[in-house]
Design a protein around this ligand. Structure first.
Ligand SMILES: NC(=O)c1ccc[n+]([C@@H]2O[C@H](COP(=O)([O-])OP(=O)(O)OC[C@H]3O[C@@H](n4cnc5c(N)ncnc54)[C@H](OP(=O)(O)O)[C@@H]3O)[C@@H](O)[C@H]2O)c1
Length: 252
């Protein structure tokens, strides 16, 4: 049966590829992102399946209005995929709290607002499933990734904690932790990105597993294993390895 899913960050990258896969599979999607044109393009191809709900998810009134529109059109949600997010790198030489605020707004607070707005709809849904896209970076602290890693570590904890509280209501919660995926976000990076996957491969991997509702979908496996092993090293050794990755020109 066709499921009613709110997918955020559907205008590009992983979210857009997930939308393609879910729509081809017959699901109904409420698509959100700030840029409306890519969402309209999907709606034009799947007019019976798509609700176009553009907006900036860091604005609480916008999130509430989008959820109200979903409620009006569908009455309930069977799934939410909180994928929208951003990345900015911190330069220690000119540390900027405003940058941390921007990234936490987009990657942690916006998902929290979406969860607040979506939960009443999920409670009326069929086998409800809440999914958040975090990041493999939460396995290990990396240089310049302070704001991004903090936001994603916060999202990880939020979802893992919420999962415990929602289990009694029958709402499943899954976390997606990608390594590097080739998207507009990572095309801005000017450092090596080991084992980077094409976006179609990442989306297919996620979609193939989502149905089974695992606690976490992390990939690519060798990349995750390497980060996991590093995270088990003594803190001094982790520090010694990690600081070798730091770039002198970014240390101020
Ligand atoms: N690519 C990777 O290697 C990688 C690795 C780990 C985790 N991730 C995570 O995967 C998710 C998707 O990233 P991506 O790589 O696919 O990047 P992307 O191509 O830049 O896509 C990000 C999506 O989020 C939307 N978005 C960002 N800020 C928003 C806001 N304030 N309100 C509404 N929508 C917003 C963007 O749409 P608009 O610009 O149109 O608003 C876009 O659709 C992110 O959460 C990212 O942190 C990516």
């Amino acid at each position: 049966m066709s499921r009613r899913i709110w997918l955020t960050g559907a205008s590009s990258g992983i979210g857009h590829a997930l939308a393609e896969g879910l729509l081809a599979g017959g699901q109904r999607l409420a698509l959100s992102a700030r840029r409306e044109a890519p969402l309209q393009a999907l709606a034009a191809r799947y007019p019976q399946q798509v609700l176009v709900l553009p907006g900036d998810l860091t604005e609480p009134q916008t999130v509430a209005a989008l959820a109200a529109e979903i409620g009006r059109c569908w009455g309930a949600l069977d799934g939410v995929i909180l994928n929208a997010g951003t990345c900015e790198y911190l330069e220690a030489g000119r540390f900027e709290a405003a940058l941390v605020e921007r990234v936490v707004q987009a990657n942690l607070l916006a998902p929290a607002r979406c969860i607040e707005a979506a939960l009443p709809l999920l409670r009326r849904g069929v086998r409800p499933h809440l999914v958040g896209v975090g990041s493999a970076v939460t396995w290990l602290a990396l240089p310049r990734a302070g704001a991004y890693g903090a936001s994603k570590a916060g999202l990880r904890y939020l979802l893992q904690s919420l999962r415990l509280d929602l289990a009694a209501e029958g709402i499943d919660v899954s976390l997606v932790s990608p390594g590097f995926v080739d998207t507009p976000l990572t095309r801005r990076n000017d450092f090596p990105m080991p084992m980077r996957w094409p976006v179609e491969r990442a989306a297919a991997y996620i979609l193939a597993r989502l149905e089974r509702r695992p606690l976490e979908i992390a990939f690519p496996a060798p990349f995750i294993a390497a980060l996991h092993l590093l995270s088990l090293l003594p803190a001094r050794l982790q520090f010694a390895i990690g600081r070798r990755l730091a770039r002198p020109d970014h240390q101020g």
